[in-house]
Design a protein around this ligand. Structure first.
Ligand code: AMP
Length: 283
């Protein structure tokens, strides 16, 4: 695997190769979920580039940025084992030569103000800015992103439309642990006790999907889900909603047959903020 820290070195290597490029941007602390994106890219492209960059612009909480795990040596081993072709590992100066004070501001309509955006002000501007910069650097044919970060995928799709970036966005399913917990770099910060409770998030999502076909209203399903998560004080829920997967607008009442509902949740457990979602259809 080739590792580049400088934009110019990466670009001259990619130009020399002249191959189709699949790109997987990450913040490192890699797990099997990330590796599944690498594998998908390897099936569809001649060259797979992964980036690891903990992007300061998308952290609204400085403590979260500081605590974000950075096991670079282990990450390099995992990427090499997955036969990733290229790792781009820039530092902050390389990514933001004008400094981190320079911030882009985007208008993503409702998608840019709801759910994660409401609880993490500025987060998606930071995401859009870093993905734009990375796409300008790597110039891939395909971009691989995980649907675990559902709203992020919609934001990146809109950002690419706004900048007329014609890269194919490949949306990849969420990989889960055997007990249903969505794989996440943040899971390693959970205490053993909290880790044992964490699958409750996926259980509650599945219960919501099942209740949809029991003619329950969206409001009742969400209220029950929050109650279950918060019982015995384990989780502190930022949101649990049933929304349209296209617009993220909240759905109401008993929805008509054929309606797709995205159940989407963010909750703190043991000081760690976890997110997840599940798509279901009213029968
Ligand atoms: P991150 O390093 O958390 O920024 O994630 C990098 C990419 O991996 C994003 O596109 C995520 O959506 C994706 N990803 C994270 N967790 C998972 C997972 N459990 N399954 C599939 N993709 C994931």
């Amino acid at each position: 695997m080739y590792i580049f820290q400088r934009v110019a070195d990466l670009q001259s290597f990619l130009e020399e190769q002249g191959k189709s490029i699949g790109f997987v941007p990450t913040m490192g602390a890699l797990h099997q979920g990330h590796i599944s994106l690498i594998e998908r890219s390897k099936q569809q492209n001649e060259l797979t580039v992964c980036s690891i960059f903990v992007n300061p612009l998308q952290f609204n909480d400085p403590k979260d940025l500081e605590k974000y795990p950075r096991p670079v040596a282990a990450d390099i081993e995992k990427l090499a084992a997955a036969a990733c072709d290229v790792l781009f590992l820039p530092d902050v100066e390389e990514m933001y030569p004008q400094g981190t004070q320079h911030r882009e501001h985007y208008d993503f309509g409702f998608t840019g103000i709801t759910l994660e955006a409401e609880f993490r002000p500025g987060h998606f501007d930071g995401v859009a800015q870093v993905v734009k910069r990375l796409l300008d650097i790597v110039r891939p044919h395909r971009l691989y992103m995980g649907l675990k970060d559902f709203q992020q995928v919609l934001i990146v799709e809109q950002m690419m439309e706004q900048h007329r970036i014609q890269v194919e966005l490949v949306k990849c399913d969420t990989l889960r642990e055997a007990d249903g917990l969505a794989m996440s770099s943040r899971n390693m910060r959970l205490s053993p006790e909290a880790r044992a409770l964490a699958p409750r998030i996926y259980n509650v999502l599945q219960q919501a999907a099942a209740a949809l076909n029991g003619e329950e209203s969206i409001e009742n399903i969400c209220a029950a889900a929050k109650k279950t998560l918060e019982q015995d004080g384990a989780f502190r829920v930022d949101y649990f909603e049933g929304v349209s997967p296209k617009t993220l607008q909240p759905l109401h009442g008993v929805v008509p047959a054929g309606t797709q509902v995205l159940w989407i949740v963010a909750a703190f457990l043991d000081g760690v903020r976890l997110i997840d979602n599940l798509l279901s259809t009213q029968q």
